[in-house]
Design a protein around this ligand. Sequence first.
Ligand SMILES: Cc1ncc(COP(=O)(O)O)c(C=O)c1O
Length: 415
Amino acid sequence: MNLEAVARAEARLLLPTYDRKRVLFRRGQGCYLWDDHGRRYMDWLSGIGVCALGHNHPAVLAAIRKQAPRLLHISNLFYHDYQAALAERLARLSGLDRAFFCNSGSEAIEGALKLARAYARLHGKNGGQPPWRILAMENSFHGRTAGALAATATKKYREPFEPLLPGVRFVKFNNPADLEKKFDGSVCAVLLEPIQGEGGINPVTPEFFAAARQLADRRGALLIADEIQCGLGRTGEYFAFQKYGVTPDILALAKPLASGLPLGAIVTREPVAAAIKPGLHGTTFGGGPLACAVAITFLDTLQHDNLIANVRRVGKYFREKLETLKRKHPSVVEARGIGLMLALQLGAPGKDVVDACLARGLVINCTHDTVLRFLPPFIITEKQVDEGVRLLDRALTEVESKPASQTPVITGKKH
Ligand SMILES: Cc1ncc(COP(=O)(O)O)c(C=O)c1O
């Protein structure tokens, strides 16, 4: 089927959840993707922060080839070779103790919220009633399932489904006074993204993160770090919290963990983990042998190929290039971000720039309407940054010189 046929079939058969870009991708290699016409695109989105090793990485393929013929799925009723090994790696890297594996970011958040409430039931002091409230941040994004959505601030995602899970209160991000004001005895956990992703690449301030840790400690509540987008190397540390010297009680992970296979995790301290007993939480698919084997390979590759150092070095270079674009283009308000989690804040909606980039063979996306977001693979080189920046530069120039309504036609680049 060609693009037109696929698009027509989807329009007839799928729930209309996505307004997809009109490209049919067929293959990927490293930092590049190819569409059904053989046109090549530089991938600065990595499947929304998932394909951190790029596409078609030989180590990932080898792990899949090795494990797939042996055992794909066994359920969590039995042991397999990889969950403990992966948990051990994550514990060692994070300084935490135990893990639970699931299938996605949203599911990791659901597990984290349940774990916080289970812990509060055992340890919370709130005049007889266990603390239940979650303090989440304005501008946050934690996922689309009911619990994660309740902790997601963006109105357009929430409102059509209200009433949502009760007990979530929103705090002004990076405002310690507001956090303190709302931190009463009913609070069992603070939930924050150390760098807000969908909210527009907004890093937490060291003061706010430290205040959240201190208030949680003082009140016997837990600090949950959602590192589903910013974790596992993307900021130039294994975990973004390590940049701040603040350790959360619960860490939520997903996106790049299994390099494109679905896998999420919560990692936590021993006393928090002790609040869970058999039967309280579970999953059929989560932490299967294939995904866990690939996740171990992902962590091995980060280490062996020195990719965290690459994220730091190329991230710094990339950020400088974005600063140059900011100085050149009147439509750019700010360049921001850390490592390879970067953004250009525009003064107006960024959809036309995303389309103009795609037309030139560069895949990016726009979040929070006006923020161009860049989440390239960790293997990206300075030369590839230059290549993408040239395309982005031209796309910005084109959009700045056009009336808002003229959408570019996608032509890509033939190779
Ligand atoms: C910070 C953060 N939390 C949670 C999620 C939800 O993850 P998933 O889409 O895998 O359910 C996302 C997804 O973008 C995210 O960026």
